[in-house]
Design a protein around this ligand. Structure first.
Ligand SMILES: Nc1ncnc2c1ncn2[C@@H]1O[C@H](COP(=O)(O)OP(=O)(O)OP(=O)(O)O)[C@@H](O)[C@H]1O
Ligand SMILES: [Mg+2]
Length: 476
């Protein structure tokens, strides 16, 4: 989506000069707004955005220099081209000092003026393009970047592929750090909207009273501080995707407006009367317990149903322990590359630790742990000493209510508990199966069977008489 170039503002109190500037610029294809005084110029700026200001240094009323100062304060970054009366270096220096990007000394050839304006227009385009690029950062997300080979992750990736090309509204639920943002980015980049903008709004990071104007824009004077009209992010996302992150934190009144927007893409800017319409695909995510929020009346049930056309549930990392080493190896490669270090893999004990940990912060926690380890590690392999002290965290965790919160059946919850218990004792005894079996008061054979069933039997488990790690053959 290429936004049209806004007009430029010409401020000159000499009528003939104003008209000839207007003519030259219009002939060049620019749209022009003009004002005969600085005061009037400031009014124009309040009403609509311009890409640059062309002003005479000498004006009746407020001087060109004073005007320049005010524009700089109110609209930092807006280029101002100053026209000075005589070619004296002193005046030029003053203009530049006051913040003009350039100056033209009278008399000047039209080409000089055109050239200077072209440069400002080019700069404006670059800034805009940059902003659009940032907005499209999600475009890079491919399915390969979503690491995970457990069946739930394979299902998730298949679902992304199926749903991405549709316009279906998507709700992504899951604990913090499970990859919700990654899923949203992949949905956009695999859709036919990929060339248009991907706009992410974190509803929890924007103060409640500003979120509506951020989302839907506002008209000039809608509230104190609304000095000029502002387009909404939904307008920026026209033709593309908008990702409302942390939607569970949105206020109820705004939820009502979002519901209306979801019906047919219509909205009204804050303080405005006219109804506008855009074509935007909406993806929402939250790490809150949304059912609980509905019960507490914090979240509208009708909005939930409207958002919940397709639901994604990236699983917590502790429920896919077979992906832990895969992810760890992925992050190890990533950080070695970016830090220009050579660390080949993980020592057996380091792998034990990674597998035994509960990962309450999910993939983000793992990523951070590996980043830290790559920084600290001085050997060829990551050793437990470079990993965070996970034991502190597990001591803090007495009973994990997450099993209950996740709405698991008794069987699933017991299985998870069994897996966690065995992994943590496994860690305590550094993988010595005999000692683990002894502590759990079952035979070694029964333990092996259970571990196999739970998919946690690693080749790194140590059989009797061997030192921990000796029998290690697995590389992530
Ligand atoms: N399956 C995955 N493969 C590779 N990287 C992942 C995966 N899941 C998450 N990550 C990485 O983990 C980090 C956290 O992921 P993300 O920001 O998507 O989590 P989130 O669910 O949005 O968390 P929060 O609720 O805290 O916002 C990111 O750096 C992301 O790239
Ligand atoms: Mg997120």
């Amino acid at each position: 989506m290429k936004l049209p170039l806004p007009p430029l503002l010409v401020v000159d109190d000499e009528k003939n000069m104003r008209i000839s500037l207007e003519t030259v610029m219009t002939d060049e294809g620019y749209r022009v707004r003009s004002a005969e005084s600085a005061e009037q110029g400031l009014k124009v700026l309040e009403q609509e955005p311009v890409f640059m200001v062309l002003t005479d240094a000498r004006l009746g009323g407020m001087s060109g220099y004073e005007f320049l100062g005010k524009v700089r304060d109110r609209y930092p970054g807006l280029p101002i081209l100053m026209i000075t009366a005589y070619a004296t270096p002193k005046l030029a220096v003053e203009a530049i000092k006051a913040g003009a990007v350039d100056y033209l000394a009278k008399p000047f050839a039209p080409e000089e003026l055109i050239h200077a304006v072209h440069r400002c227009a080019e700069r404006h385009r670059l800034i805009q393009e940059n902003a659009a690029l940032r907005a499209r950062a999600a475009q890079g997300v491919t399915l390969d970047q979503i690491i995970g080979e457990c069946s739930r992750m394979m299902d998730l990736k298949r679902l992304i592929q199926t749903v991405a090309p549709t316009n279906a509204t998507v709700l992504i639920l899951g604990e913090s750090g499970t990859g919700k943002e990654l899923v949203a980015g992949a949905l956009h980049s695999l859709s036919h909207r990929r060339e248009a903008n991907y706009i992410r709004i974190n509803c929890a990071a924007i103060p409640e009273n500003l979120l509506e104007s951020e989302l839907f824009g506002h008209e000039k004077g809608a509230f104190t501080g609304a000095l000029k009209q502002k387009l909404g992010r939904v307008e920026e996302a026209d033709g593309g995707t908008i990702f409302l992150d942390e939607i569970g934190d949105m206020s109820r009144p705004l939820q009502a407006k979002l519901l209306r927007f979801l019906e047919d893409g219509t909205f009204t800017r804050v303080g405005g009367n006219s109804e506008l319409q855009v074509n935007v695909r909406l993806i929402a995510a939250t790490n809150r317990d949304i059912v609980h929020a509905i019960r507490q009346n914090h979240f509208r049930e009708d909005l939930f149903h409207r958002l919940n056309v397709v639901q994604f549930l990236p699983p917590p990392l502790r429920e896919r322990s077979q992906d832990v080493l895969l992810l760890a190896a992925h992050f190890l490669r990533h950080f070695c590359l970016s830090m220009n270090k050579v660390v080949k893999g993980f020592s057996p004990n380091a792998q034990h630790q990674l597998l035994a940990h509960h990962w309450p912060g999910n993939v983000r926690e793992l990523r951070n742990a590996i980043e830290r380890a790559v920084i600290l590690e001085t050997a060829e392999e990551i050793h437990p000493g470079s990993l965070p002290n996970f034991q502190v965290e597990s001591k803090l965790r007495k009973f994990d209510t997450a099993f209950i919160m996740a709405g698991l059946s008794l069987d699933q919850a017991v299985t998870n508990y069994e897996r966690d218990l065995i992994l943590s004792i496994h860690e305590q005894h550094q993988g010595n199966l005999n000692r683990v079996a002894e502590q759990l008061k079952i035979s070694r054979h029964a333990l092996r069977y259970r571990m196999q069933r739970l998919n946690i039997l690693q080749e790194n488990s140590v059989e009797e008489e061997k030192n921990p790690g000796e029998s290690y053959s697995q590389t992530p």
